[in-house]
Design a protein around this ligand. Structure first.
Ligand code: MN3
Length: 246
């Protein structure tokens, strides 16, 4: 794949992505490498509720102790519990070959896994001190938004305008190398935030319809004959390298 910037710039960019997404802790967790305290998954890849990185009353008066306690101990804990359940059910499905509930458990995995990851990032990207971005992050904000104040105005507007429940998100988009602001209305919409894609199969009809018409399964079975596993491995190695950054 051709990127519009060099590999070195790309790696630098991924470092920023890790910073923007707080991915260092996550990937550390995902790969079992020097993850933050309390984040290490079990042998079978189950998640644990990470402890808050500060006291329950540390964000007073902006976020009160009772809210933070319920939010972390009840809401986040529920995501962890249900992610682990979906993870286990998918393990069972692979063992038995019974994928009849694949849609249900894939959605449960995406919903609760994203809930777990996004809450973990949220706890980590707050602290009693506050402040303003500095260094490389400040430079990236200047380049991407025209300065901190313009970033702040857009981020606040985007977060306030999220329909229903959801999240305001500052993210790094590695293909162009810019920071972007996103609204996540439904974090369960079939992604697990913070993942690094390794292998993609396009299942839009335009990808197969002329040859296969409605026979998507046949197209997917044949897709396995033409995968570039060297490229997939390279992306895996890149993702692992990112995971070891601190
Ligand atoms: Mn929440």
């Amino acid at each position: 794949m051709e990127y519009p910037f060099t590999r070195r710039e790309m790696m630098k960019g991924f470092g920023m992505a890790a910073m923007a997404l707080g991915a260092s802790g996550l990937y550390g967790t995902a790969y079992g490498e020097s993850g933050k305290k309390g984040r290490m998954p079990s042998e079978k890849g189950e998640c644990k509720l990470p402890p808050l990185p500060y006291a329950y009353d540390a964000l007073e008066p902006y976020i009160d102790k009772e809210t933070l306690t319920i939010h972390h101990d009840k809401h986040h804990a529920g995501y962890v519990r249900n992610f682990n359940k979906a993870w286990k059910k998918l393990l069972d499905a692979r063992a038995s070959g019974d994928f009849s509930l694949i849609k249900h458990w894939s959605r449960e995995l995406a919903f609760h896994g994203s809930g777990h990851i996004l809450h973990t990032l949220y706890w980590d990207n707050m602290s009693p001190g506050g402040g303003e971005p500095r260094g490389e992050l400040q430079e990236a904000m200047n380049r991407s938004f025209g300065g901190f104040n313009r970033f702040k105005a857009q981020f606040a507007a985007a977060a306030k305008a999220v329909e229903g429940s959801g999240w305001g998100v500052l993210a790094f988009e590695p293909f162009r190398g810019y920071l972007i602001i996103l609204q996540a209305e439904k974090h369960q919409d079939q992604t697990l935030w913070g993942v690094f894609p390794l292998l993609i199969c396009d299942v839009w009809e335009h990808a197969y319809y002329l040859k296969y018409q409605n026979r998507r399964a046949e197209y997917i079975n044949n897709f396995f004959n033409i995968i570039n596993w060297v490229e997939v491995e390279n992306r895996y190695k890149t993702a692992k390298k990112l995971s070891s950054r601190r």
